[in-house]
Design a protein. Structure first.
Length: 93
């Protein structure tokens, strides 16, 4: 693809991030399928979010702030919506 555009890679950056951090960031994300709005249980929760006694979000309370429609957790929506490129599955080995 780069060759077709005449582009050349001159530098590469490697980020070393623990799997647990990647999992928290990806699996903590919930999306509204219709609009693409995204929320995160830790960093940008929907106003409707309630947590269970273990501090986990209660799925039935995860609603879009604008429409009130149910949100989908990215980890569970990944295959249905093609949210991630196929290589993301390699992150969780």
């Amino acid at each position: 693809m780069l060759a077709e555009e005449g582009a050349v890679v001159t530098k590469v950056i490697e980020l070393q991030v623990p799997d647990s951090v990647l999992e928290e960031r990806i699996c903590g994300r919930w999306i509204h399928k219709g609009s693409g709005r995204s929320y995160h249980v830790k960093y940008a929760p929907p106003k409707s979010m309630k947590k269970d006694k273990n501090g986990q979000p209660i799925e039935s309370t995860m609603k879009d702030d604008e429409t009130g429609e149910p949100l989908m957790q990215v980890c569970s929506a990944q295959k249905e919506m093609n949210v991630f490129p196929s290589f993301v599955g390699l992150l969780f080995h």
